[in-house]
Design a protein around this ligand. Structure first.
Ligand SMILES: [Zn+2]
Length: 132
């Protein structure tokens, strides 16, 4: 994926600071849905507090989403809509874009009369039990 990150930040109303560029680039290319601590480990020169502040800005501008169960918050680049398949056995989160989400958003729009500004779909599953 080739994205002009400075331009991307600009179109979302954010100045392209070094921290925002680093963290956004990391989230675009990292498909494991890292925690803030993991992002901080990838960029030890950026303090954990700055990582959190940067993530908040990226979330507010709708470039990044946060998900999780309250204990573990995981972050994801969300410039390209997709849904998540969460393995409750392992905690692994898979990206999936093999399903057209627009009918759902159209239905939500006509049901509510709202302008739909975002969504986050999580599908849960467990490992299948092996037959003995
Ligand atoms: Zn994702």
């Amino acid at each position: 994926m080739t994205v002009d990150l400075k331009e991307l930040l600009k179109t979302h109303g954010l100045k392209a600071t070094a921290q925002r560029l680093s963290i956004l680039d990391y989230l675009i290319h990292c498909h494991t849905h890292p925690t803030a601590e993991e992002i901080h480990e990838a960029f030890p020169e950026i303090s954990l507090a700055t990582v959190y502040n940067t993530l908040e800005k990226l979330i507010a501008s709708k470039l990044v989403i946060v998900m999780g169960d309250g204990l573990t918050r995981r972050y994801d680049y969300y410039g390209e809509p997709h849904y998540h398949i969460i393995n409750k056995t392992t905690g692994e989160i898979l990206d999936a874009d093999n399903f057209d989400l627009h009918p759902l958003l159209d239905a939500a729009r006509s049901a509510s009369g709202l302008t739909i500004t975002g969504f986050n779909i999580e599908v849960y599953g467990e490992n299948q039990k092996k037959e003995e």
